[in-house]
Design a protein around this ligand. Structure first.
Ligand SMILES: [Zn+2]
Length: 176
């Protein structure tokens, strides 16, 4: 038995709709290259004046953590290496920031901690939700349909691995 974080349940289609609402409200619905740094430095502070972000040294973050969002202080901490990497369009670093943006939008009011003998299922798992949000924010399924994995990677500036997952998701949904 361990402690696990649980979030309010969200399906893939809930998250897709939510991300497309955000993209529409910023006039970014048809943009393949999502400016993640602008989201953190300009957009979120403009809509939420209690939001903070800090660029920190790796030693100020827990081991193996490169960015994190704390709902209780409404603060996102980003390691220098991830911030610089995202500025240089490194796909993995851009995904890390998009994942934290997901935590901000989806888990701003917090997540619950439960003792359980099993990890949460995907739809209530905050990490799965933030990853799906990040994938849709960077590579929305409605925009990448018909594109190859390489095309997605180059146009959306993501890693090959992330582009491959988004490609599979977009094409699986089309078949249904
Ligand atoms: Zn996370």
């Amino acid at each position: 038995v361990s402690n696990y974080q649980f979030a309010e349940p969200l399906s893939k289609s809930d998250i897709k709709k939510f991300v497309s609402t955000i993209r529409n409200s910023c006039n970014l619905s048809n943009i393949l290259y999502m400016p993640v740094i602008w989201f953190i430095e300009v957009l979120i502070p403009a809509i939420d004046n209690t939001f903070n972000y800090e660029i920190v040294e790796q030693s100020q973050l827990p081991p193996n953590t490169y960015a994190c969002y704390d709902p209780s202080s409404n603060t996102m901490k980003i390691s220098e290496s991830v911030y610089d990497g995202a500025c240089d369009n490194n796909g993995r670093d851009r995904f890390t920031l998009a994942h934290e943006i997901g935590h901000y939008f989806l888990h701003r009011t917090g997540v619950k901690l439960y003792r359980s003998d099993q990890p949460p299922q995907a739809f209530v798992n905050p990490e799965w939700q933030a990853n799906y949000f990040a994938s849709e924010l960077l590579m929305p399924s409605y925009l990448i349909q018909g594109m190859s994995i390489d095309e997605i990677k180059c146009k959306c500036k993501t890693s090959y691995q992330a582009a491959e997952i988004a490609f599979k998701n977009a094409n699986k949904n089309r078949a249904i």
